[in-house]
Design a protein around this ligand. Structure first.
Ligand code: PEP
Length: 248
């Protein structure tokens, strides 16, 4: 099954308005059409980045969302508000939201449900901590995080899984090609039992965790690796575009 690779940049709490626009313009200018490309700036720069991307194929994304539609939820942002700004995809379950901000699995599941129900592309992040890998619990942890997804999410074109081992995020220590492929194959197999094989074959599974131009080619050439979710290296247009161009 030929899947179009998808490389997305997660800018986290970085950039300012001027550098966000500059970065977005450079990505829009250099992105090839062969691969799906997206950027997720901080909420406050979504509007400006959306304008900078206008006319390009680069997808605008959000790093987070709240599951309620509207109301008394101070500081929160709904799916409809994101769509109003032209957002096309949204992350859920990023390790920093799970382990730094302290989001529970139940909250992550409600957010994923809201993103999907709202018609956006969902990038659902899964991945084990170092102590879980050392205790041979990787597949169990990933399985539990996949179980946050609802069987009602029946369009594989809007379902993306990002495998991001927590120990590889922002550490400079990426998973080996074999470690990534092993977990990606497990994810695809699990999606096959949750939905069916055809569905699983269509879902893009991104790798994330210290992906950079030097390791992007070998990681993304693994059978079940369909692009990447990029943190640090997404903040420099040259590095990000090199990763995009390395994707199969
Ligand atoms: C991420 O936070 O999603 C990520 C993969 O970060 P980095 O590329 O910096 O490891």
């Amino acid at each position: 099954m030929a899947r179009t690779s998808f490389v997305a940049g997660n800018w986290k709490m970085n950039t300012n308005k001027a550098t966000a626009v500059e970065l977005a313009k450079a990505v829009a200018k250099g992105a090839p059409t062969r691969v799906d490309v997206g950027v997720a700036p901080p909420f406050v720069y979504l509007h400006a980045v959306g304008q900078a991307l206008a006319g390009s194929k680069v997808l605008l994304g959000a790093q987070d969302v709240y599951f309620e539609k509207n109301g008394a939820f101070t500081g929160e942002i709904s799916v409809e508000m994101l769509k109003d700004l032209g957002v096309r995809f949204c992350l859920t379950g990023h390790s920093e939201r799970r382990h730094v901000i302290g989001e529970s699995s139940a909250l992550v599941a409600r957010k994923a449900e809201a993103v999907y129900a709202g018609g956006l592309i969902l990038i659902h992040c899964v991945g084990e901590k170092l102590e879980q890998r050392d205790a041979n619990q990787t597949l169990q942890v990933v399985q539990a995080q996949l179980n946050e997804l609802s069987r009602k999410m029946d369009d594989p074109a809007r379902m993306v899984i990002a495998y991001e081992p927590v120990w590889a995020i922002g550490t400079g220590r990426n998973a080996t090609d074999q470690q990534a492929q092993e977990v990606h194959a497990f994810i695809r197999q699990t999606l096959g039992t949750m939905w069916n094989k055809d569905y699983a074959d269509r879902v893009r599974i991104q790798y994330g965790g210290s992906m950079k131009p030097e390791n992007a080619k070998s990681l993304t050439s693994q059978t079940d690796v369909d692009g990447g979710l990029i943190g640090g290296a997404a903040l420099k247009a040259d590095a990000f575009l090199a990763i995009v161009n390395a994707a199969k």
